[in-house]
Design a protein around this ligand. Structure first.
Ligand code: SAH
Ligand code: SF4
Length: 346
């Protein structure tokens, strides 16, 4: 039996070691790796069947006080035209998402001070009162008190990627960030009863495969309910403009290994996966992803929410994005599920 088969046998006995993960991340031949993708898809289907959860994402502000070196929205990027949707406008867009039958909305933005706890809480309450929807926030680091108030106002889930679990690398990428603080935020969110979403970028400068192995175990340790994985993609107006690793296969391998270790977490086939490879999201769904997040931001703002260059779906309308998403799911041989899509805890 070859090494990959032996490792899969260990996986089926729920034996997961750093050495095995490292071995698999170093496999270079895509054909050789295929049995692992088949295995991780099977694990996913044992929990979620062929259902793929659809979550609409609304990017409501591209204003950010931070300077993460990788991100096109960073404060230091003065070539970007900034926008901020008004609470009323956000509410109207959420109504449209609800009218499409989608039962989860992800509200994402830069770290925009304008959205105080009061403003956010009143928006959340309004959404909760009017629509039967699960709300995910992805608005960055805040205090325990703030997360508490937003939870009480109606937020169900929170998405805050750790980006990398390697403290030294984290520090190099975040001139104004603090790794311990970010970890603390994840613990706050968990403690407050949010469904916890986190994740990483793959292909960061100086990121090794052993660092990725640590990331995978980190997700288990922190108790993540959803894990967003995407390749790092460079943006022309950031300090990392000349760093172009484009690690699609490696990202897909990381995704598959996460599914093997954590059979019941929600894993999206991310927009970044679709940007780096035209079939990226289909391939992610065939490797263990079970969530897809169509961009439902108003067309005028989309080109301004460029986290990285050449982001897809920027010149589409929301209607197109939804039908395109449904097509991707169909191509992967799966079924669209518009429900809340809570984690099925096993
Ligand atoms: N401000 C919030 C949410 C918006 S950024 C936050 O930082 O949490 C959402 C995610 O986009 C980040 O977590 C990061 O992983 C991803 N991202 C940013 N720049 C990127 C890049 N250049 N390539 C790939 N993903 C990127
Ligand atoms: Fe701001 Fe988030 Fe981009 Fe960092 S990753 S610059 S916090 S939008």
């Amino acid at each position: 039996m070859n090494m990959i088969q032996e490792i899969l046998k260990r996986f089926s006995r729920k034996v997961f070691t750093g050495e095995d993960f490292l071995f698999l991340l170093n496999v270079e031949d895509e054909q050789d790796f295929q049995p692992v993708f088949e295995y991780s898809e099977k694990i996913c289907e044992s929990v979620y069947g062929r259902d793929v959860f659809v979550r609409g994402i609304l990017e409501f502000s591209n204003i950010c006080t931070r300077n993460c070196f990788y991100c096109g929205l960073r404060k230091g990027n003065d070539r970007l035209k900034r926008y901020r949707m008004k609470p009323d406008e956000i509410f109207k867009e959420v109504r449209k998402v609800s009218e499409k039958g989608i039962r989860t909305i992800v509200l994402q933005s830069g770290e925009d001070d304008h959205f105080t706890d009061e403003i956010m809480a009143s928006l959340l309450e309004r959404i909760k009162k009017n629509f039967n929807m699960a709300i995910t926030l992805s608005i960055g680091e805040r205090s325990y008190e703030s997360y508490k108030q937003l939870k009480e106002a109606g937020a169900d889930r929170f998405l805050l990627r750790i980006e990398t679990s390697d403290e030294k690398l984290f520090k190099r990428l975040h001139p104004d960030g603090n790794f311990q603080q970010r970890k603390k935020c994840l613990h706050f969110l968990k403690e407050l009863g949010y469904e916890l979403g986190t994740g990483i970028m793959v292909g960061l400068p100086g990121q090794s495969c052993s660092s990725l192995v640590k990331d995978i175990f980190f997700f288990k340790e922190v108790g993540a309910d959803m894990i967003g994985i995407g390749p790092f993609l460079s943006h022309q107006d950031t300090p990392l403009r000349n760093f172009r690793p484009r690690k699609f296969f490696l990202t897909l391998k990381v995704l598959a290994l996460i599914r093997c270790l954590l059979p019941d977490v929600n894993i999206p086939a991310t927009t970044a996966m679709g940007t780096i490879d035209p079939q990226g999201r289909q391939k992610a769904l065939a490797a263990g992803a079970n969530v897809i997040m169509p961009n439902l931001s108003p067309a005028v703002y989309r080109p301004l929410y460029q986290l990285y260059d050449n982001k897809i779906c920027v010149y589409e309308t929301s209607a197109n994005c939804l039908s395109c998403t449904e097509e991707i799911v169909r191509q992967a041989g799966k079924t669209v599920c518009l429900g809340r899509g809570d984690r099925i805890k096993q």
